[in-house]
Design a protein around this ligand. Sequence first.
Ligand SMILES: NC(=O)c1ccc[n+]([C@@H]2O[C@H](COP(=O)([O-])OP(=O)(O)OC[C@H]3O[C@@H](n4cnc5c(N)ncnc54)[C@H](O)[C@@H]3O)[C@@H](O)[C@H]2O)c1
Ligand SMILES: [Zn+2]
Length: 350
Amino acid sequence: MQIQKYSIEFQDSSFLQLNKHLASVGYSMIFVLVDTNTKKDCLPLLQSALSDYNLNVIEVEAGEIHKNIQTCTNIWNALMEFQADRKSVLINLGGGVIGDMGGFCASTYKRGIEFIQIPTTLLAQVDASIGGKLGIDYGNVKNSIGLFKNPSAVYLNIAFFKTLPRAELLSGYAEVIKHALIVDKSYWEQILNCPNIDKNDWKVVVERSLQVKKSIVELDPFEKGIRKSLNFGHTIGHGVESLSLETDHPLLHGEAVALGMITELFLSNKILGLSDEHLNLISNFIIKLFPKYNLDALSKAEVLNLIHQDKKNENGQVCFTLLEQPGKFKINVHVEDVLIMEALEYYNNL
Ligand SMILES: NC(=O)c1ccc[n+]([C@@H]2O[C@H](COP(=O)([O-])OP(=O)(O)OC[C@H]3O[C@@H](n4cnc5c(N)ncnc54)[C@H](O)[C@@H]3O)[C@@H](O)[C@H]2O)c1
Ligand SMILES: [Zn+2]
């Protein structure tokens, strides 16, 4: 399978580029997938930028709990009812949920129609919209059904952050921290020196973080090696996130990744010799930024069970990406269950 080339436009003129793109391709119909929030907060901006075009809007409920096969059925039904043909395009206007699910629906509708990502959250701009991973949650396991396929283009615009709730901005910031920690020590030090995230220039943050993600996925599009570095914080993070979605206190993706990074830093300390100093410094930085989650509400056995089901595992063994030091990762590290339990305990006691 070949990875299709696509452009990422990141500038104030990104809508101008989008207009040019639509004019040059001449799609038969243009669909825009939104959720209840992006319909209200983001669609007007897009509609005014694309006033020359007839946009057919498909709306779904917002939130991770709707990233499932039932919502896909609704999206495919809508495309059928509008009689979308194979020259149609689906513009996914929203966060990672809309991007992952919309891309999945577009790629499977009539064996695949084109789709364009317009990510509207920090998380989606620096992470979910880049790298071609598409899919939905299934049977309690996150992102367990899906495929790799690149969009025709990605258009980024930080103007969307104006309406983004603070918790969502913070959620995206977890991925920014992850990018810095795995490959860019000086970027991490910069982040460490800016504990008040409101002081960030988002244009700079998005551009730098995007570069990290882009360069990694271009080297390893199908996650055979180096791309696994991006899983730092996600092995324990995904397990806890999946379970939390069934409780009254569901975690946002980035909140779960923040917890995942702290627990996996503990593992890094025990297994790869990450220094005590780094473990304490980074854990304290993260714990101050993100709301502390009460792990007692979850069954540790179920967390472990979900970690064992993770699709990143190989030969029945749980595979982690851990850090030797900031900016230096190691992939495919096997970890015993007892140590995973200790890591959860470490987080609980912070
Ligand atoms: N494909 C990948 O490589 C990849 C990488 C990381 C995460 N993900 C996936 O991304 C998802 C998380 O993405 P997310 O954090 O963007 O979640 P999300 O799509 O649920 O968006 C978060 C919330 O913000 C709202 N929203 C979005 N943009 C807004 C705006 N500009 N103004 C106001 N409200 C807005 C949404 O309606 C939603 O309620 C998860 O499903 C995760 O699995 C995928
Ligand atoms: Zn993530």
